[in-house]
Design a binder for this molecule. Sequence first.
Ligand SMILES: CC(=O)SCCNC(=O)CCNC(=O)[C@H](O)C(C)(C)COP(=O)(O)OP(=O)(O)OC[C@H]1O[C@@H](n2cnc3c(N)ncnc32)[C@H](O)[C@@H]1OP(=O)(O)O
Ligand SMILES: CC(C)C(=O)C(=O)O
Length: 518
Amino acid sequence: MRKILVFDTTLRDGEQSPGVNLSIEEKVEIALQLERLGVDLIEAGFAASSPGDFAAVKAVAERIKDARVVSLARAVEADIDAAWEALRGAAQPCLHTFLATSPIHRQYKLRMSKEEVLARVEAMVRYAAAKFPEVEFSPEDAGRTEHDFLVEVVTVAVRAGATTINIPDTVGYLTPEEYGYLFRLLREKVPGIEKVRLSAHCHDDLGLATANTLAAIQNGADQFEGTINGIGERAGNVAIEEVALALETRKGVYQATTGLKLTEIARTSRLVSRLTGMIVPPNKAIVGANAFAHESGIHQDGVLKEASTYEIIRPETVGFASNRLVLGKHSGRHAFREHLRALGYNLEGEQLDAVFRQFKELCDRKKQVTDDDILALVEQRLAHPPEHFALEGLQLTYGSAFVPTATVRVRTADGAVREEAACGNGSVDAIYKALDRATGEAVELVDYKIASVTDGADALGEVFVRLRQGDVTVQGRGVSTDVLEASAKAYLNALNRLVARRTAPAREAAALEVTRRA
Ligand SMILES: CC(=O)SCCNC(=O)CCNC(=O)[C@H](O)C(C)(C)COP(=O)(O)OP(=O)(O)OC[C@H]1O[C@@H](n2cnc3c(N)ncnc32)[C@H](O)[C@@H]1OP(=O)(O)O
Ligand SMILES: CC(C)C(=O)C(=O)O
């Protein structure tokens, strides 16, 4: 069995999904979960792109010990310097530099000749290799690059000291046969290629990302790059969980494996979905809500007689609980803490008390409390900024012939209680106008999403919002059995993040200063 390395780019290419904007704390939280999942490399961001991304790469580098931490950099000295400043504290720092090589990108975007591209690759890979123990080079849009020029560029990068060569199908254009061929070609034609790692990086514009990645592995790739839930630019990157499960389920075909702890997949998927606000479609392979559900009679009959009739993967293999009903209103704190441990969370003290209180409240409102409900409460708690504004009360007047009116009561950190009312175009609009008045914050709502955490009429509803104030965008989440209360909580959660960002200017300023020096 060949061991294939997993390069996770959820925090970089995944964050390039339109509308996704992770805070430093959220990036660290996801990185720690990726480490638990067992990925080999974590691309934490693009250090030179902004002070926030610089600080996030640095923060991830300081916390992660078991995986290499990577920053992306253009093929320019300033980007490589910024990446080095952010990563110098990492246990295993790694640079990922890239330059487009296809005729379209050379002519229209870079306005560089082939000779200029070759010279820049040589100079920047050499420059990076003098600082970093590991340097990955990507010929961007390799998929649409002339084959002989791709061989030339990769030859130059290997000679200049690249330790990994990544072949991106940047616009998801190639077929599996075409993409697999590139790996055979490079293995055959590039001198010294046996000393470097070959990596695949696929996008899903034609829905071929998983097939292409597997083709690369069959044709000599040692590593693949992807994201959790397949998030990323446009149609997204290859979904790590899909490739990992294809290798696991079809070992006989691929003769390759990863070091991933597969039972961590469900939790990682849930966390990434919650923090990015990108809801996983129910029919998504491996991690969708329906991936292990059987609806039709003939299938149900088959599964009851023998699960393998319609299930090629057991839900437990990827960390979905097979028994989803576990605790109830009569459970105590000890059982609750033990159960959280089994779900992978060690909560103690105030954090345990707070989640336990919420769990008991939920038991009073909901017939069956499932693991998904409990995980929603825990993850909401762990991702909480300091509570500057807390919702004390919410009342709504709604009727088809009347203007919806909301009254809210909000407690501020200094103990003051503010009550305000407002009318709106709909109930949520009325709540948000009332909250604006009660908090005194002027914000613009740029995104609102709602999803149900579990099934049934008493399911927990989860609301995700994104708010803008000036050039700062924040996101917030709220969970409740009542979707209007969840809407109010999500809004206040985002406002609390806004206040937290305003009151932490020193950290941002320090990050900006380091970027400038770099
Ligand atoms: C395929 C990928 O996913 S690549 C990664 C894409 N990710 C991102 O772009 C997210 C982060 N990006 C950013 O924050 C900004 O684009 C920055 C900070 C990197 C650059 O911002 P700006 O200086 O304002 O430049 P802008 O983004 O408008 O244009 C990109 C410039 O970089 C050049 N460039 C693009 N790729 C590369 C590269 N790999 N190496 C060197 N230069 C490059 C472009 O030709 C253009 O140069 P020009 O200004 O001389 O025309
Ligand atoms: C930077 C490179 C690897 C990239 O993300 C792409 O080409 O898709």
